[in-house]
Design a protein around this ligand. Structure first.
Ligand code: SF4
Length: 702
């Protein structure tokens, strides 16, 4: 992990795989990079996005360089000094809090924030502003998995490691396209299967994606029917006696109720609901039954659903009934789309959480954190989640919002509503690196932030692996690291406890606050990360080498120490159903060479060459019924709005289902290219994660 002169070991800033990279700094700060051959995650490999990361950071034409401010909505934006910007922000926030109370302000942050930035933002908002109104864009991608883990295993804790890939002999990959979205992890799965042809790969997806290329079985289900499918697989396993009763009896609770719920309908009925063959459900069960190591992997196809938490319950139950958890090559494994979605959760980045996975609902947790921060108390009122902030802005209850490192006017659902809500805000702060963020146009105050390679901090990848990121170059103009900006604001507000001399001090404070919890990293320091390399939490003391696999003793983090099953009655989808006027189901996702809202990858020529414009995948049957030909411009429409892109006719999508990539926004093309023009504001009732993957639409040629 040692750096040498002008050569720095760091981590890719895109997906949650967390690949190690080696950056070389040349003359005039020119950067080149390659995969880190010594890194345990990628062993030198990088995907197209990671390989071109330095090009995205080199091109600084879009960078925000100076604080900018407008005196009122009728005035133009003007360059101002940092002092003026911070004084204005403090004056507006103080005045709103004094007049309307602390819940009139909120922060919306990002899974791309470094852990130290996340920590300072949470300390500032929950400890000192007196509100829990801070949520993260991880709400849009991981909150259903968080609820799944927390309810079933007692903690938001991914139990496995990437090392389990090479120890598994059966993979069930659901609602994910890792071949494009988590490429280096999927290369490891592919290589493992190539070396061991008996390894089984089951893919569950309404689209036949690139991940299906080497699959043994593709269950091309109808969107929204996942629970029927996993329950039916469970029923077959139970009927055939292919479950681990020793594990169930000793280490779980609620099995009988769960069993009764999955026996409520037959495998044939489930097959009809899902529109898959009954024989394929039985085949999937037989692969799982024969396996010694069984990994379930999933991403947004499960999480981004109005029944996302129950989908998680039903999938994780397959690991529990077979006893495939806490042992080599086995366990549930959610895939994060952002580089530090997990780090953010560790510091309590969600509106209902506190540091180290403590909860706002727990009075003891609030007391512990308040005492640690030296404040009287922490509010017991849960903060607004991402979509609740939009509703609160609409109502006028939320008056000021501070948006950091995320582009909600492309990524939130029901975008016309989100735009109107943001216009209704009295004061919007946008803290970002790029003018390409659509949200910049709505800002009253713009704060230029330092980007990747330009600041120091840590991130945690999908397997609980914490890595340290060195500052390699200076940020351009007057851009500053996010944690420094937040600490300056806190001091302008008159708060104590923000005099950190370095990110290392912030990390040390965060690590101390984890002591004695299930995510204890009190044995970790910048010094250790720099000398020993990346480590997986928990790391409870200075001699501890990190934890590759959780629950090896089969003692879970629930009060009873047992994993918990949930009944999965009546698993009908609660999404807006297709109708005669909106008969097609729109689902959305990523393409190989773009990431999020393209403010970085969209600048790189090589990455644009793969797919350079948004499109709508539609099955030939559905296209013919609407006189749509390949490449025709089409309108995708429903009561929320419309999008206009060109048709891509393919048999790889299920009839009745259409697909749009989620990347394009107003700044990259036009506002009609946005998939989220037609997604609804419905959310899962537990996780509050939006229902991105199921929108009833009609499609017309125009
Ligand atoms: Fe970066 Fe993810 Fe690609 Fe690895 S797989 S290089 S972390 S984008």
């Amino acid at each position: 992990m040692h750096d040498t002169k002008n050569t720095y070991k760091t981590t890719c800033s895109y997906c949650g795989v967390g690949c190690g990279i080696v950056v070389k700094k040349g003359r005039h700060d020119n950067l080149t990079l390659e995969g880190d051959k010594d890194h345990p995650v990628n062993r030198g490999m990088l995907c197209s996005k990671g390989m071109n990361l330095h090009h995205a950071m080199h091109d600084q034409r879009d960078r925000l360089l100076y604080p900018e401010m407008r005196k009122s909505r009728h005035h133009p934006m003007e360059r101002v000094s940092w002092d003026t910007a911070m004084q204005r922000a403090a004056a507006v926030f103080s005045s709103l809090i004094k007049t309307y109370g602390p819940n009139s302000v909120g922060f919306y942050v990002s899974g791309q924030c470094l852990t130290e930035e996340y920590y300072v933002a949470n300390k500032l908002v929950k400890g000192f502003l007196g509100t829990n109104n801070i949520d993260t864009n991880s709400r849009l991608c991981m909150s259903s998995a968080v609820a799944g883990y927390t309810n079933m295993l007692g903690e938001d804790a991914v139990p496995v490691s990437y090392a389990d890939v090479e120890l598994a002999d059966c993979f069930l990959i659901a609602g994910a396209n890792p071949a494009w979205c988590h490429p280096i992890l999927f290369r490891r799965i592919e290589a493992h299967k190539q070396a061991n042809p008996d390894v089984k790969l089951i893919i569950v997806d309404p689209r036949k994606t690139q991940t299906c290329a080497n699959a043994d079985l593709h269950l091309q289900l109808l969107p929204g029917t996942d629970i029927y499918l996993y329950n039916a697989i469970a029923r077959v396993l139970i009927e055939n006696g292919d479950v681990d009763y020793d594990f169930i009896n000793q280490h779980t609770e609620g099995f009988e109720e769960y069993r009764a719920s999955v026996f409520q309908y037959t495998v044939a009925e489930a097959a009809r609901h899902c529109d898959v063959k009954e024989s394929d459900i039985r085949l999937a069960a037989s692969y799982i039954a024969a396996s010694k190591g069984f990994l379930t992997l999933w991403a947004m196809g499960l999480n981004q659903s109005v029944i996302g938490v129950k989908k998680n319950f039903s999938l994780i139950s397959l690991n529990l009934i077979t006893g495939h958890i806490g042992k080599p090559g086995s366990g549930p494994f959610s895939l994060t789309g952002q580089p530090n979605a997990m780090g953010g959760r560790e510091v309590g980045g969600l509106a209902t959480m506190l540091a180290a996975h403590r909860t706002i609902a727990n009075p003891q947790h609030r007391k512990e954190v308040a005492e640690f921060w030296g404040v009287d108390s922490i509010s017991d009122k849960p903060g607004y989640t991402a979509t609740q902030m939009i509703e609160a802005l609409e109502r006028g209850d939320l008056k000021a919002v501070w948006i950091i490192c995320t582009n909600p006017l492309v990524s939130l659902p029901d975008l016309k509503r989100a735009e109107a809500a943001l216009k209704n805000a009295r004061f919007v702060v946008v803290q970002d690196i790029s003018r390409l963020s659509d949200t910049v146009a709505y800002a009253d105050l713009i704060l230029p932030a330092a980007g990747h390679f330009e600041k120091e901090g840590t991130m945690t990848n999908s397997e609980r692996r914490i890595s340290h990121l060195r500052k390699i170059v200076d940020p351009p103009g007057e851009a500053r690291p996010d944690s420094e900006i937040l600490c300056t604001f806190a001091k302008a507000m008159g708060f104590h406890g923000f005099d950190f001399a370095s990110p290392a001090e912030i990390f040390a404070e965060h690590a101390r606050l984890t002591q004695g919890t299930n995510i204890d990293i009190s044995g970790l320091s910048y010094e250790r990360l720099q000398t020993e390399g990346t480590l997986q939490w928990p790391v409870p003391d200075e001699t501890h080498g990190g934890t590759a696999r959780l629950f090896t003793d089969h003692r879970f983090y629930t009060p009873s120490k047992k994993a918990k099953f949930f009944t999965l009655d009546a698993p009908q989808n609660l999404s807006d159903p297709p109708t005669a006027t909106h008969p097609l189901i729109l689902t959305s996702g990523r393409i190989r060479d773009q990431w999020h809202t393209m403010t970085k990858t969209g600048k790189v020529n090589r990455l644009r060459q793969h797919i350079d414009k948004p499109f709508l995948e539609i099955h030939p049957f559905d296209a013919a019924a609407r006189n749509i030909r390949e490449g025709d411009p089409v309108v995708i429409k429903n009561e929320h709005g419309e999008a206009r892109v060109c048709a891509k006719i393919t048999e790889e999508i299920k009839p009745g289902v259409v697909f749009m990539p989620m990347h394009w926004g107003k700044r990259m093309t036009n506002d009609l290219a946005r998939a989220n023009n037609v997604t609804s504001s419905r959310v899962d009732p537990i996780s509050k994660e939006p229902d991105f993957k199921f929108s009833a639409v009609e499609v017309y040629a125009y």
